[in-house]
Design a protein. Sequence first.
Length: 262
Amino acid sequence: MRVIIQENYEKMSRWAAEHIAKAINSHKEARPFVLGLPTGSSPLGVYKKLIEMNKAGKVSFKNVVTFNMDEYVGLDHDHDQSYWYFMHDNFFNHIDLPAQNINMLNGMAKDPEKECRDYEKKIAAMGGIDLFMGGIGVDGHIAFNEPFTSLSSRTGLRTLTTDTRIVNSRFFGNDPSKVPAYALSVGVGTVFDSKEVLVLINGHNKARALAHTVEGGVSQKWTCSALQMHNNAIIACDEDACGELKVDTYRYFKDVEKAERL
């Protein structure tokens, strides 16, 4: 596991965007580069930087296929809190990614279980995901894989906890009852099948989650801890998120990355 500690959110976002662009530009296979993407506040800085890089000709998404992590059940594409709307508004509408290369779970699917099975099959048909970027919640959940979700879980229907609905209520007029109770989400196993996983962790409110991710044991209580089992996992974080790391842990990762640059 690599832990990239940056001074602030902006520098963390820049590092992550440049890493993703480098991975896309280095892709030499005939098949498209397959990129997994999240929603939420954490990736917004990365999306902004990638848009700037795309417009400047530093990276192209013409040979990229994307798969998003999740979608609320019961929200159609036109709902301003659907993740389909979020991704198009904040990223897809501003880059040269072909519309037919965008894959997102359909929260209005008549048969949610079939929708999830088909999603897994499509990922497999593309040769798997090359790089999956994600964020984590304050309780360490990845996508909508709440605490105690199986670490081998696949894409499926998820019940959102009260805590998650309260946190997300800021997007629904601060009314948790308006937050959908269910979502379709890739599984922990789906994410960690990817060749590379890049997780963004920023802000003091994520400090406990970062500490459990890096220093704690692997546990279903903290689904983020599964990162410890991945051969090519990277955490990009800011200084604020490091508040609960042990001093020696913090120094270790700073020293390792300093040595990598020499």
